[in-house]
Design a protein around this ligand. Structure first.
Ligand code: NDP
Length: 293
C-alpha cells in the first residue's frame, strides 16, 4: 500500500509559511503583496477557482482586486485592465482566469501581461526562462508538483519520469522542469500524448509517472510497474447518482488499484489540485518581495 502524498497538508504548510513571511514583508518594508484577478463570463468552475484564489489572498493578508466582466466583453477592455495593472505598483501579480471566450485572443492577452507580474507563468518569456533554467515564474500546477516531490523527499536524480500530456500549462512545463540539472530534478524524461501508439509501453517504464491527461482513470494498475511514484494531476467530473450533486471528482489514475502497486501516490481530490493555489500565492509573494525578476 502506497504512501499518500498529502497535498492538503503541504498546501496548508506553505500557506502558513507565506502568512508569516507576508507579515514580515508588510512590517519591515511596508509592501503588501497585491494580486489582480480577471474573470470573464460565468463558467461555474472558473468562478469557483477565482473565488478560492480571492479567499486565499484574504487569509494570507494579500491585497486582491477581482474584475468580473461579462461574457461578451471585447478584447480591448480586457487589455485595458491588464495595462492598468501592469503599471500599478501595488499590484505584483496579474492572473487572467482561463479559458477566455472564443472571440478573445487568449495568447494576445497572456502576452500583454508584464513578465514581471506573470504569476501564472504562462507568458512566453516565463516559459523560455524555465526551459533554459533562468529564474522566473514557474506555472503553478507544475511548481506544486515539484514542491510535493521535494517535501516528500522523493529521489529524482537519474529516475525515469514519464509525463502523460503535453499541454502548455501542465505537461510541457513539468517535463521541462524534471530534466533540469538541479537538485530537485535531474531526471530522464519521456512525454506521451495521443500519438503514442501504445501508452502502456511508456507508462510501465516510469519510476515517476505524472498524469495530466484529462481522461478519468485512464491509468490502471496494469499500466504501471511496482514501486512507481504516481502524481495525478487530473480533475475530472464523473456522473454519480448516489451523491446529491450528481457527480464526483476523479483523477486520471485509477487510485484504488494503482495505490496497491505504487510506492507513493497523490489522491484526487486532496493532491496536486490544492497545491496550485498555494503556489500562486507563493509566486505573488515572491514577486512582491522582489525574489523572482
Ligand atoms: P489538455 O486537454 O490541455 O491536455 C491533455 C493532454 O493529454 C494532451 O496533450 C493530450 O494529447 C493528452 N491525452 C489526452 N488523451 C490521451 C490519451 N488517451 N493518451 C495519451 N495522451 C492523451 O489538459 P490539461 O493539461 O489542461 O489538463 C489535464 C488534466 O489536469 C485535466 O483533468 C485538468 O482538469 C487537470 N488540471 C488540474 C490542475 C490542477 O490540479 N490545479 C490544473 C490544470 C489542469 P494531445 O496533445 O495529442 O491532444
Amino acid at each position: 500500500m502506497a504512501q499518500i502524498i498529502d497535498g492538503k497538508l503541504i498546501s496548508a504548510q506553505i500557506k502558513e509559511e507565506l502568512k508569516l513571511k507576508t507579515n514580515k514583508l508588510i512590517n519591515d518594508k511596508g509592501i503588501t503583496p497585491g494580486l489582480a484577478l480577471l474573470l470573464v463570463g460565468d463558467n461555474p468552475a472558473s468562478k469557483s477557482y477565482v473565488g478560492s484564489k480571492e479567499k486565499s489572498c484574504a487569509e494570507l493578508g494579500f491585497k486582491s482586486i477581482v474584475e468580473r466582466l461579462p461574457d461578451d466583453v471585447n478584447e480591448n477592455t480586457v487589455l485595458e485592465f491588464i495595462n492598468k495593472w501592469n503599471s500599478d505598483p501595488t499590484i505584483h501579480g496579474i492572473l487572467v482566469q482561463l479559458p477566455l471566450p472564443k472571440h478573445i485572443n487568449e495568447s494576445k492577452v497572456i502576452q500583454s501581461i508584464s513578465p514581471k507580474k506573470d504569476v501564472d507563468g504562462f507568458h512566453p518569456e516565463s516559459f523560455g526562462r524555465l526551459v533554459i533554467g533562468l529564474p522566473g515564474f514557474v506555472p503553478c500546477t507544475p511548481a506544486g508538483i515539484v514542491e510535493l516531490i521535494k517535501r516528500y523527499k522523493i529521489q529524482t536524480k537519474g529516475k525515469h519520469v514519464v509525463v502523460v500530456g503535453r499541454s502548455n500549462i501542465v505537461g510541457k512545463p513539468i517535463a521541462n522542469l524534471m530534466y533540469q540539472k538541479n537538485q530537485d530534478a535531474n531526471s530522464i524524461v519521456t512525454i506521451c500524448h495521443t500519438a503514442a501508439p501504445d501508452l502502456r509501453y511508456y507508462t510501465k517504464q516510469a519510476d515517476i509517472l505524472i498524469a495530466a491527461v484529462g481522461v478519468p482513470q485512464i491509468i490502471k494498475a496494469d499500466d504501471v510497474k511496482d514501486g512507481v511514484v504516481v502524481i495525478d494531476v487530473g480533475i475530472n467530473r464523473v456522473e454519480d447518482s448516489s451523491i446529491e450533486k450528481g457527480y464526483r471528482i476523479v483523477g486520471d489514475v485509477d487510485f484504488d488499484s494503482v495505490k496497491e502497486k505504487a510506492s507513493s501516490i497523490t489522491p484526487v481530490p486532496g493532491g496536486v489540485g490544492l497545491m496550485t493555489v498555494a503556489m500562486l500565492m507563493q509566486n505573488t509573494y515572491k514577486s512582491a518581495a522582489g525574489e523572482v525578476l
